[in-house]
Design a protein around this ligand. Structure first.
Ligand code: CP3
Length: 339
């Protein structure tokens, strides 16, 4: 598998490619499947539909990896926190704020059994040369949603708690560590080849807070995973982190690969981060939305600066208005770039 070769530092002749949110609303086939389920959580927990959603983009575009169709908010769901996704809008969770509510957290991994069944189905169907990626949210990012209750640009409740109520945060982060470790372990047992930790809101923190709520929890989680599953590579994605925090994340967390958002300059990636770990990502999703020459020029630049041992991906998920033709165009163009 070409994706695993990059993660294991084995020389490749082209960049493996997959795209964050490659299964999603930009695809008409996805929207059709989505309509067959009652709600989004239901969709994630229907192995037959979720397996189809996972495989659709691979069948259509030929990416080198499939990412399990699920969501980072299944962890709060398995804590028995109410989670709903409104049509078109973001998720809404029954927000946690009082300690007594936290005491009610009631983790039950069995609620996620359908996810492991989805993995088994995909594993059976996926070509041997394609990797299957499992995932979770970073603990900080999941804590943001659990405390805030909904997507916000800045998650003020989680930030205030990190600053003024470290005991409460510790309690929540410890619970999330245990839950995430168990969930990811079960994903590995079911058949995923690689894990990605999406710390989408890492960029809300800097310096000492970044150390405490992003670096340390990631390091502990990766160490615990590696103790049991030393051969399963982990990709960490501290989206929005400052460049110095990116560097620390690459050096200290123990992840095998670092995901780059579109704001990380390629030169910094090449001169600094690339010397520490293999990298993934960086293409601005807006360029994929526009398509054509500007998209290809930037993809070629990524290849020149970081390739071929770089996992080609976006800096964040595919924007839902993106024409599927642009995705087809990008994947075949990236695969044509060889040394
Ligand atoms: O193709 C894939 O990437 C695999 C599946 C996947 C989904 N969510 C499906 C999804 C993955 C890896 C995720 C991760 C996820 N979920 C993250 C981390 C990555 C990121 O985007 O920063 C986050 C923060 C979430 C939480 C989440 N899920 C939000 C904020 C939303 C609403 C906003 C949106 O983009 O719609 C979701 C819903 C969601 N998760 C959809 C999909 C395909 C759209 C739901 C729909 O069909 O209506």
């Amino acid at each position: 598998m070409i994706l695993l070769n990059v993660l294991r530092n084995i020389q490749t002749t082209r960049m493996p490619v997959w795209l964050m949110r490659q299964a999603g609303r930009y695809l008409p086939e996805y929207r059709e499947l989505r309509n067959k389920a009652d709600g989004f959580i239901d969709f994630c927990l229907s192995p037959e539909l979720a397996a189809r959603a996972t495989l659709q983009p691979i069948e259509k575009f030929g990416m080198d990896a499939a990412i399990l169709f699920a969501d980072i908010l299944l962890i709060p769901f398995a804590f028995d926190q109410k989670v709903v996704f409104n049509e078109g809008g973001g998720p809404i969770l029954e927000a946690l704020s009082e300690e007594k509510q936290l005491g009610l957290l009631n983790w039950d991994i069995e609620r996620l059994n359908p996810v492991f069944e989805t993995i088994e189905r995909v594993y059976d169907e996926l070509d041997d040369d394609k990797a299957l990626i499992g995932f979770s949210g970073g603990l900080w990012t999941v804590a943001c949603y659990m405390m805030q209750g909904r997507s916000q640009p800045s998650f003020p409740k989680a930030l205030a708690c990190a600053q003024y109520d470290p005991e409460f945060m510790k309690f929540l982060m410890d619970a999330l560590h245990d839950a995430t470790l168990e969930y990811l372990g079960r994903q590995i047992e079911a058949g995923v080849d690689v894990l990605q930790i999406f710390d989408s809101h890492a960029g809300l923190l800097q310096g000492a807070f970044f150390d405490k709520y992003v670096i340390q929890p990631t390091k502990d989680l990766v160490a615990a995973l590696k103790a049991e599953y030393p051969n399963v590579p982990v990709i960490g994605f501290p989206r929005g982190a400052s460049l110095s925090d990116y560097e620390k994340y690459a050096a200290e967390t123990g992840v095998d690969c670092v995901g780059l958002d579109q704001d990380v300059p390629l030169e910094f990636a090449r001169r600094t981060l690339r010397l520490i770990k293999p990298l993934q990502g960086n293409l601005d999703p807006e360029l994929l939305l526009k398509g054509g020459a500007p998209m290809k020029n930037e993809a070629e630049k990524i290849f020149r600066e970081l390739g071929p041992n770089h996992i080609f991906n976006l800096g964040h998920g595919i924007i839902k208005e993106t024409p599927p033709e642009n995705v087809a165009d990008l994947v075949s163009f990236v695969k044509s770039l060889t040394v």
